[in-house]
Ligand binder design. Structure first.
Ligand SMILES: [Cu+2]
Length: 114
C-alpha cells in the first residue's frame, strides 16, 4: 500500500516536470532564415522562461542587443539589435530558467543578405 502511493506520487512528479519544461517554440528571425533586415530578435516559449542571458555573434564578432524584455519569466522575449547589421551569418545563444526552475539553453541562427 505504502509503495503504491509512492509510485503514484513519482508518476505525478515526472508528468509535471515534463509538462513544465519550457522550450523555444519559434524565433524571429526563424532559425536558418535569410532576411534583409532584422528589426527585433524574438523568442516564443511554450511556458514562461526567465531569459538570463542572450548573446548574438555575427561576421564581425559579438553584437550588442538591447533587451526589451526584462528578467521576468515570459512566453515572448524580445531584444533589439543595432540597425544595419552587416551582411553575414548570425548566431543567437540564450540561457534561461524554465518554469520549473531548471536551467535551459538554446541557439538559433540566420543570415542577413542584400
Ligand atoms: Cu525542468
Amino acid at each position: 500500500m505504502r509503495q503504491s502511493i509512492f509510485a503514484v506520487l513519482a508518476l505525478i512528479a515526472t508528468a509535471t516536470s515534463v509538462w513544465a519544461h519550457s522550450k523555444a517554440e519559434d524565433t524571429t528571425p526563424a532559425n536558418e532564415a535569410t532576411v534583409t533586415t532584422v528589426k527585433a530578435i524574438e523568442m516564443r516559449f511554450d511556458d514562461p522562461m526567465r531569459v538570463t542571458a542572450i548573446t548574438m555573434t555575427g561576421p564581425d564578432g559579438d553584437v550588442d542587443v538591447e533587451r526589451e524584455t526584462g528578467m521576468d519569466a515570459v512566453t515572448e522575449f524580445r531584444a533589439i539589435p543595432p540597425t544595419d547589421l552587416p551582411i553575414g551569418t548570425y548566431t543567437v545563444d540564450w540561457r534561461g530558467l524554465s518554469a520549473d526552475g531548471h536551467p535551459m539553453q538554446g541557439t538559433f541562427g540566420f543570415t542577413v543578405a542584400d
